[in-house]
Write a protein that binds this ligand. Sequence first.
Ligand code: SF4
Length: 764
Amino acid sequence: MSTKKEKTERPTDQQPLKVTAPEQVAGGLSAITQSARHVYSEVGIVEGTRLLSRINQFEGFDCPGCAWPDPDNHRSAVEFCENGAKAVAEEATTAKADAAFFRKHAVEELSGWTDYEIGKSGRITEPMICRKGKTHYEPIGWAEAFQIIGQQLRQLGSPDEAVFYTSGRTSNEAAFLYQLFVRQYGTNNLPDCSNMCHESSGTGLSETLGIGKGSVKLEDFYQAEVIMIMGQNPGTNHPRMLTALEMAKKNGAKIVSVNPLPEAGLIRFKHPQQPLSLLGKGTVLTDIFLQIRLNADVPLLKALMKMLLEKENQQPGTVLDHAFIQSQTSGYEALVADLNQYDLEALISQTGITKEQLEETAALLATRQKIIVCWAMGLTQHENGVDNVREIVNLLLLKGSIGKPGAGTCPVRGHSNVQGDRTMGIWEKLKPAFAQRLQEVFQFEPPQKDGYDVLHAIQAMAEGKVKFFMGLGGNFLSATPDTNHTAKALEQCLMTVQVSTKLNRSHLVHGKTALILPCLGRTEWDLQNSGFQFLSVENSTGVVHQTQGNKQPASPYLLSEPKIVAELAKATLGSNTTVDWELMVSNYDHIRVAIEKTIPGFEHYNERVRQPGGFYLPNSARVGNFQTETGKALFTLNKNPDHILADDDFLMMTIRSHDQYNTTIYGLHDRYRGVHYQRRVVLMNESDMTDMHVKNEDFVHLYSYYDGVERVARDFQVVAYQIPRQCVATYFPEANVLIPANRSARKSNQPISKSVVVKIRRTE
Ligand code: SF4
């Protein structure tokens, strides 16, 4: 049988929706079998086993999944989770989207495929172009591709008519070169995926603690007395965090989980790499589960703080850390006065949680000092996302739980180098200190004006102000809100360029001319003029370490991301540059020297990144040094969110399935939640279903109405689920069509994907 034929067939796997009971334990044997199934079916047993043995090893490659940290000083033979294995399988697949594939399938045909089907088409093997007015992508040589793009960029009326997006997979070296190229070209239009995941965290933490990153190390989890996990589903999105939580429990920590859904990964964990754990019932992780209504985190935190103040009043000096508050913070009196204005019973009723559970939580917090609060997008993707983060900081400051071992903030980052890209200067706002360093080191005048973030970039494309879009990795259309609006915005561009390993929807909804520049993956070797190169990344706790693939690239025509950026810079800037781009990519040590000269904390970069495990970047909040305007950590006053829902309104959050990472759909099973084969589903409370006269698997349409615009997501199937009343959950990106791009978090401009008001109507 011709394998060629197989690889160009549509890899469809459609079956009717099947619903099973949600699982009560994460990990275990099924995690092992699913890891093996994905890797061996995509890569083969021999190569698959070899690749798995290199994930997250000192001499291996960094997992292309999430940004969860590895142990500092040692590595076990198995340093990956099920989703890390799936991410590797996805990248290292033997399937190829080659010239024959693109000849066979028109862009319009491919755009009718599901995201899962598109993703399964395999690795892109050579540069492709869809020329203006054409129906198919066709091969193009690298030299011509760079020349066409450079010419287009030079022809724009202003550099601000171009937008340069970055995904969180991009290495430090590629990201640094990219922002350098873009700023030498003349714009700060550098939106990134951080704009959509943790922008609210960065904004809230910078304002209150003087640094936009979390303060804890992995070691802190092992010393913590209480770990609060808010708006996060680690079992699916950061699975090895469960190993850290299991260890924390063994050391005596109590875990409080705050989430609208009782996720399996928050309930119980069986360590897949420990045979005894596999045989037993696993470790109970959560001590107190607070099943909160969507976006009721501010009322919850206020209620807890009021309870703590009450206990402090009853037994002065036993609950709050007054020495810390006095010496290290400002705004305490104003916070207390503000909390006094709130009625405790009203706050509790907003949360949907019982008073007894909140009292139990407050009692726990009252007697402990080493408290970590972790959170993810359940906190950040609301209009009040920044307030959510600031309110977490308020709670920690009352307890003096920042700047000491076993305590602090932990915004858990999604994509593996999303934090590093921001450190490298990928940001639409150019800080004056960074601008000055760029000027001194590279002898040019960087643009001063703020650029477009993701939502502003969409708006600018829709208004015709931006005519060129480039994505260094990622799947912009599927990752962003308001899909139909964003698609029209992209289609208006004169040119869209995507640097990618695999086909995704953003290649299929494109500008007048579209190019795909295929790049090396994390697992693959990177050979430049001086020999094999390694790259570096930064994890969620600020550790910078190296990553090096040693697999033969999927095609001889692939280029590394740094090489693509350098060639693009040469083709665009010509002699109008102060950077020796050839030299930079001949040996990536040159890029790291440039980073060291420009960005504080990277002293002796080439030396320290070669040490096993890399090195920690400085983190002022970690050591109790708060670099705010006043030099103190700030208490802030945050208002309660005010969602006024009509009787037939629901608050919707988008979620990821267990077979998914960001926009990549690995499979069609959300095993832990018991949802199989179909992704167009809406998880609903059974009482709401009864009121609406709908039953499991019935079809409905979802509508949102913002600013007079009706948005519709059609043909979703209802699944009864344990979720608070008037709250529903749908998968991302299928439900992104409902999220208005013109509504966002105050101050951070992050999309509101976790609190969209929708109506649900039965299909006729
Ligand atoms: S926890 Fe995250 S980084 Fe670690 S193996 Fe899993 S997906 Fe990869």
